[in-house]
Design a protein around this ligand. Structure first.
Ligand SMILES: NC(=O)c1ccc[n+]([C@@H]2O[C@H](COP(=O)([O-])OP(=O)(O)OC[C@H]3O[C@@H](n4cnc5c(N)ncnc54)[C@H](O)[C@@H]3O)[C@@H](O)[C@H]2O)c1
Length: 282
């Protein structure tokens, strides 16, 4: 079945999506496949990619999917993955930098190690993979990179300093790479979601992850009521498909002259005010 809104807009495209064994990345993979793309997916080495590959092939045996588990901090593993994609499909047209860590913790308690770990994946990993993938992307007349940012990288979040700083860096990378790679016909954009409601066709709910911060239910309810005042459309979370639609458009040739942009998918909410997690007293 082709995509409900976009048909087979990505037919003939070869895409690589990071952080795609679950959550947003997994559903995005399904949608890209519906749009006609071939999709290589990857996740962290200590996680399972085969389950996701099998689940997607079960939905449609014609789906063309490859699975990898490189650490985004491991340059050789990234080179190896790209070499297999090149050998199997002859090239790459789309890179979606979606993998990201968002462990919440108060600023004063945020360990330096955690800060470095978040930057390793959200920033250095994105930079390194993109730098290596450019070799393939520049061989195509039109290619696209779409980064997963966050409203935390536009308005800032509370109780999550490493994440906030890293997603601001993603905006900088998006703009800087767009300026340098435009000469090769490579467009670079980002999508900045607010919250995500539920994840997918597989029925898994995404629940708010408060880390080891203990949350009182009444406080959570109060925070929710405050938050809604800053969410003009009555919610601060969207369905992942509402975000994925922006990724599909930006990855497609329909977005031919759009580059260097970060598109907020946020219902015009004021973030972090619209996030109950942010209005809680950590
Ligand atoms: N969930 C939300 O509400 C929300 C809101 C705004 C933005 N985002 C962003 O959306 C993206 C996806 O979020 P999600 O909730 O689906 O994520 P998730 O936590 O479900 O998945 C994270 C992915 O990153 C991969 N990963 C982690 N460390 C890695 C490493 N060292 N090397 C390679 N891969 C690694 C994991 O394998 C996994 O596939 C992230 O960039 C996140 O910041 C999410």
């Amino acid at each position: 079945m082709t995509h409900q809104y976009f048909g087979n807009i990505l037919a003939g495209k070869r895409a690589l999506i990071t952080g795609a064994n679950r959550g947003l990345g997994l559903l995005m993979t399904h949608r890209f496949l519906q749009c006609g793309a071939k999709v290589a997916i990857c996740c962290a080495p200590n996680e399972d990619i085969e389950e996701a590959v099998t689940a997607l092939r079960k939905i449609d045996s014609n789906f063309s999917v490859l699975g990898f588990k490189p650490n985004l901090t491991d340059e050789q593993a990234l080179e190896d993955m790209l070499a297999v994609i090149e050998k199997t499909w002859g090239g790459l047209d789309i890179l979606i930098n979606n993998a990201g860590l968002y462990p919440p913790k108060r600023f004063e308690e945020y360990p330096q190690e955690l800060f470095k770990t978040v930057f390793d994946v959200n920033v250095t990993g994105l930079f390194t993979l993109t730098q290596k993938a450019v070799r393939l992307l520049k061989q195509q007349p039109h290619s696209a990179i779409v980064n997963t940012s966050s409203m935390a990288g536009i308005d800032g979040a509370m109780g999550n300093i490493g994440y906030t700083a890293s997603k601001f860096a993603v905006q900088g990378l998006t703009l800087g790479m767009a300026r340098e790679l435009g000469r090769y016909g490579i467009r670079v954009n980002a999508v900045a979601p607010a919250g995500m409601s539920k994840t997918d066709v597989y029925g898994k709910e995404i629940t708010m992850n408060y880390g080891d911060n203990k949350i009182d239910q009444q406080a959570a309810q109060n925070a929710y009521e405050i938050a809604m005042k800053f969410a003009p459309m009555g919610q601060f979370q969207c369905h992942p498909d509402e975000m994925i639609n922006a990724f599909i458009f930006l990855a497609s040739d329909a977005a031919g002259f759009i580059s260097g942009q970060t598109i907020a998918v946020s219902g015009a909410c004021i973030w972090p005010a619209a996030s109950p997690a942010s209005t809680l007293d950590y």
